[in-house]
Ligand binder design. Structure first.
Ligand SMILES: Cc1cc2nc3c(=O)[nH]c(=O)nc-3n(C[C@H](O)[C@H](O)[C@H](O)COP(=O)(O)OP(=O)(O)OC[C@H]3O[C@@H](n4cnc5c(N)ncnc54)[C@H](O)[C@@H]3O)c2cc1C
Length: 462
């Protein structure tokens, strides 16, 4: 491998340490080595070599995934890091597209687009480390997904190295492409089990030059759902942010994360960060806000609120929401659940989920926060004083079943990885499972591409 990639392209032993464990430090053994190819041809050569030798390959981007899918769990595995494939092509302003390498860090792409009049509208807490290939691998969502879509909606074309080393060049630059099966979508959310994304054509959006951002205090989650309906009706296409969190989560963030402040006069059970944006200065965003807030207050849905008066204040409001995971991490042990329900069922899920948790493990401290626009709830738990004991699997299964019964999903935006295989085995429809295994067997009959992820360790052709 060193002959193929040169000394900086092949790491072994202690040099592999920073690639070996997942973000949450739950998975990962020392790999055979870390391959760091610098071109698509080198990726194909590594995959071909590994295939011939029967060596499993795990693609890795920024290694910020939350389901343990980007590290090796069997010795003798090669981790294939895309970090050297970080080229950003010229922005095509007329078509609003850009072609990027799979190793481009999301925040770097945002910076590169500064001043171009265009944005890449995907934002998440890990954007300083997450890379395009990993975002595609997990079909990442984030805080603007309800407005602009998830990663699969933002990818127009892909270049992929398939498990047999073939390079598929599907770098088309159009939204409309119904020439057969939607292959590009197949790789979005495949978690590196069907091939390695090497380049992507991304769809850009006009930069919103004018914004209005508010932090609102609400009496309960029922009010949150109703206010969401009101905001969608009144602010419609100008809505770009609809993020909620609860008072328990706010308390954790204020206690553990430096530099946060609470801008309202009194605490409340639930908070909603609302953002309106437009590319045109002619749209009276503040008036739309004032109108909808008056209606919300009259209906008893809003108790208090503050409108950001500066860019610094806007950033401070967003930090309160974005530091929810960090506040809970610093509090101590936790269990994360990445649930989606139809937005109209958020309050029902949170109420019924609380009963389920308190029955299974009295004293569990629940921190639901997330994305009101698409119903994605990060339903994270901190333990009672005595700890979680062995309650985690029953809690995960109960909450997953509750979400499914409401028409939702137990794996909204983080994927299945390794940590949710048992849940998927228990809950996935057999027909759906059969289809996924057939696809895996067709593309990766040797089962060497990120084995154990998405489908577990069952032989793909069984
Ligand atoms: C603080 C924090 C906040 C987060 N917030 C969000 C959020 O709001 N929304 C959200 O959706 N996620 C969120 N995540 C999860 C994570 O950031 C995303 O899943 C992200 O998409 C992972 O990107 P990555 O480059 O780190 O991928 P990795 O962790 O390196 O890999 C993730 C998966 O993609 C595969 N993969 C990596 N590169 C490739 C490639 N080139 N081709 C094919 N497969 C590949 C890997 O094998 C693995 O299965 C958050 C994570 C953290 C730590």
């Amino acid at each position: 491998m060193a002959n193929l990639l040169g000394p900086s392209g092949w790491l072994t032993g202690a040099d592999t340490q920073s690639y070996s464990r997942d973000w949450l430090d739950r998975y990962g053994v020392t790999p055979l080595g870390v391959a760091r190819p610098a071109s698509t041809a080198e990726v194909a050569a590594v995959v071909t070599l590994c295939r011939a030798a029967g060596v499993p390959v795990v693609p890795q981007g920024g290694n910020t995934g939350l389901c343990g899918a980007a590290v090796a769990t069997q010795p003798g595995t090669v981790i294939l890091s895309l970090s050297r494939m970080a080229q950003i092509g010229a922005v095509n302003a007329d078509s609003a597209t850009v072609t990027v390498g799979a190793g481009v860090v999301l925040a770097e792409l945002h910076r590169k687009l500064d001043g171009s009049g265009l944005i890449f509208p995907l934002h998440l807490g890990a954007e300083g480390s997450a890379r395009i290939g990993g975002l595609i691998g997990t079909n990442a969502g984030g805080s603007h997904a309800f407005r602009h879509g998830m990663m699969a909606d933002l990818v127009l074309g892909l270049e992929v190295v398939l498990p047999d080393g073939t390079i598929w060049n599907g770098l088309r630059e159009v939204q409309k492409d119904n020439a057969g099966y939607a292959l590009r979508r197949l790789f979005c959310g495949a978690e590196g089990t069907l091939g390695i994304v090497t380049r992507a054509v991304l769809r850009l959006a006009p930069e919103p030059r004018h914004r209005a951002t508010a932090l609102l205090a609400l009496p309960d989650f029922g009010a949150l759902v109703r206010l969401g309906t009101l905001l969608r009706a009144e602010a419609a296409e100008f809505l770009t942010g609809l993020e909620f969190f609860c008072d328990f989560g706010l308390g954790l963030a204020l206690r553990h994360v430096a530099g946060l402040g609470f801008p309202l006069t009194s605490r409340a059970p639930v908070y909603l960060l609302v953002e309106l944006a437009s590319g045109s200065g002619l749209v009276p965003l503040d008036d739309i806000f004032a109108d909808v807030l008056t209606k919300g207050m009259e209906a008893g849905l809003v108790l208090d609120g503050a409108l950001a008066a500066s860019e610094a204040q806007r950033a401070a409001f967003w930090r309160l929401r974005e530091e929810q995971p960090e506040g809970q991490r610093l509090e101590g042990p936790q269990i994360k659940h990445d649930i989606a329900v139809p937005p109209g069922r958020i309050a029902d899920f949170i109420a019924q989920g609380a009963v389920l948790c308190q029955t299974a493990l009295p004293g569990t401290r629940i921190n639901p926060f997330g994305h009101l626009g698409d119903g994605n709830i990060h339903y994270n738990l901190s333990p009672p004083e005595a700890g979680f004991g062995n309650a985690a699997p029953a809690l995960a299964q109960g909450l997953a079943q509750l979400a499914q019964a409401m028409g939702g999903s137990f794996a909204a935006e983080h994927g299945l990885g390794r940590s949710k295989i048992a849940l998927a085995d228990a809950l996935r429809d057999p027909a759906e499972r059969g289809l996924m295994r057939a696809i895996k067997a067709a593309l990766d009959p040797a089962g060497l591409m990120n084995p154990g992820v998405v489908l577990g360790h069952e032989p793909a052709d069984n």
